[in-house]
Write a protein that binds this ligand. Sequence first.
Ligand SMILES: [Fe+2]
Ligand SMILES: [Fe+2]
Length: 296
Amino acid sequence: MPALSLTELQRRVEGVNGLPSLPAVLLPVLNQLSGHTDDIDLHKTVELVSHDSSLTSQVLHMANSPLFGMQQRIESLRGAALALGVRRLRDIVTSCCLMQVSPRGGEMDAASLWEHSLACALVTRNLARRLGYPDIERAYLAGLVHDLGILVNMILIPKEFAQAYKKAAAEHRPLRDVEQEVLGLSHDITGDLLATHWHLFDYLSEVMRRHHDVEHATEDPMLVALVCIADQLCRTSDLGYGYTEEISFSIEQEPAWNIVTEHSSHARELDLVCFTLEIEAYVNEVRGLVSVLFRV
Ligand SMILES: [Fe+2]
Ligand SMILES: [Fe+2]
């Protein structure tokens, strides 16, 4: 198959039948919740979400998941905002909005992508908290969106991407390597196109572009490194792309870990074996949650 040119893909991104637009409620919610906590109008945020009943129902399902650590049942959006805090509510709303942009019926099941992305968001946030990264909700968002380029490939080049995915799954190899081989470009490049198209924050577009190439990150290298580690931990803990990868991964050998140790004095205190075991405990919860969200 001839390699796709970036110019051709760019043309498809901007075409009429190109990428879906950013879910309508997402931009105002992100803007509303991107300021300081004191400036956030809780009522307005809740109102924005409540216009969409399916979204509201998804948000409540997610807010009640043990993954978000709530002890009491949450019955309303307002209750969710009060119990979880507005920033965590933003994480949940963003997760549910993005999951609505899911192509059906391709070679790769969109649910697998969201299981991986959600797991990666939770692991990145957890790592960020333990390593003293200053904005753990930013870490969650970064983990959530890092592989959106895969969604772009599923939508814009479905046949070509299906071939790459099939080959990667059959050979148990990292998807990005096989995309590069079969398509001539990979989801980190197409993710960058989407970030520009959706006018996402610079730190998110850098994560989408550089999570397999951490040494070239300049905007927020620590964040990109955290996502890179979370990505690999999830892929080796059965929260990958719907197939098992035969990859050998040792955190201490990773360039991303060097960046983390340069930026965090807590890195050497992290018990990596225990941390990996904790991720394995997420597997069933994440799968259950994504399958419920896909049915709502
Ligand atoms: Fe990736
Ligand atoms: Fe990933």
